[in-house]
Design a protein around this ligand. Structure first.
Ligand SMILES: Nc1ncnc2c1ncn2[C@@H]1O[C@H](COP(=O)(O)OP(=O)(O)O)[C@@H](O)[C@H]1O
Ligand SMILES: [Mg+2]
Length: 243
């Protein structure tokens, strides 16, 4: 069985800046994979290339056995690539349910069906009680959850999560971790960018470390946190000891 997602020798240049440099990664069906690395390592850029927001300068993106490099974001979403944005992009002046309906309309052209799907996703993500409030009235943790809900409403095969647990209280983060596990248990593959190692490492099956736009190392979380290259690039001694 082929991987669900593969990037093959992907480069992204912004003028003279190399944000992604020969990045080849793969994500297997049913995995939760963590994409980690210091600020500016190129993680969000790689997400944009996978989601089709940007065309790569060089290289190719393969999804579900096909080369999708030339496909626009909307077509990749149709094929099952769902994503959240690091900077929350919810429609602030719309209600929570309407935000999620926007996602559900990707697969349900009948409004009644889209609304039913959106309610189902709000139940799943624990936001049902907030369905009718404006997105702008949500607390930050709920806004992150709404981003996830909107992506889930598109019924993705692959869910790309960009720092959805960052900036949350430990309790909120644990609720988020439980949600990611629940998502995976429904058969959705997850690729997540996350900063808080203590939270993300116990959650992921495998981690890929980006540094200066390149894949530095990948493997099991327990090996990653002990890898001297990773420690010097990113984690710091405190994490090496607590691993
Ligand atoms: N649209 C863009 N134009 C120019 N430079 C960009 C753009 N997007 C990202 N960059 C640069 O690319 C590098 C990688 O950024 P990013 O992918 O956001 O890193 P990360 O998500 O790992 O923090 C950074 O140096 C950033 O400033
Ligand atoms: Mg980022």
């Amino acid at each position: 069985m082929t991987a669900l997602l593969e990037t093959r020798g992907v480069w992204q240049r912004f003028g003279g800046l190399v944000a992604n440099s020969d990045v080849s990664i793969s994500v297997g069906r049913g995995e939760i994979v963590g994409l980690i690395g210091p600020n500016g390592a190129g993680k969000s850029t790689l997400f944009n290339l996978i989601a089709g927001v940007l065309p790569p300068t060089q290289g190719s993106i393969w999804f579900d056995g096909e080369d999708v490099t030339a496909l626009p974001a909307a077509e990749r979403c149709q094929r099952g690539v769902g994503r959240t944005f690091q900077v929350v992009k919810s429609f602030e002046t719309m209600t929570v349910i309407d935000n999620v309906i926007v996602g559900a309309l990707v697969r349900n052209t009948v409004m009644r069906e889209a609304r039913r799907k959106a309610h189902e996703v709000l139940e799943f993500t624990g936001l049902a009680a907030r369905a009718d409030v404006l997105a702008s009235d949500l607390v930050p943790a709920e806004k992150r959850r709404l981003e996830v809900a909107r992506a889930l409403a598109t019924e993705p095969k692959l869910l790309l999560l960009d720092e959805v647990l960052t900036g949350l209280t430990p309790t909120e983060a644990q609720t988020g971790v439980a949600l990611v596990r629940k998502v995976r248990d429904t058969g959705v593959t997850v690729l997540m960018v996350e900063h808080v190692m203590e939270i993300v490492m116990p959650l992921v099956d495998r981690a890929i470390v980006l540094d200066l736009g390149k894949v530095l190392v990948e493997g099991k979380p327990a090996d990653i946190v002990r890898d001297p290259k990773v420690i010097s690039a990113y984690l710091g001694d405190r994490h090496a000891v607590s691993a």
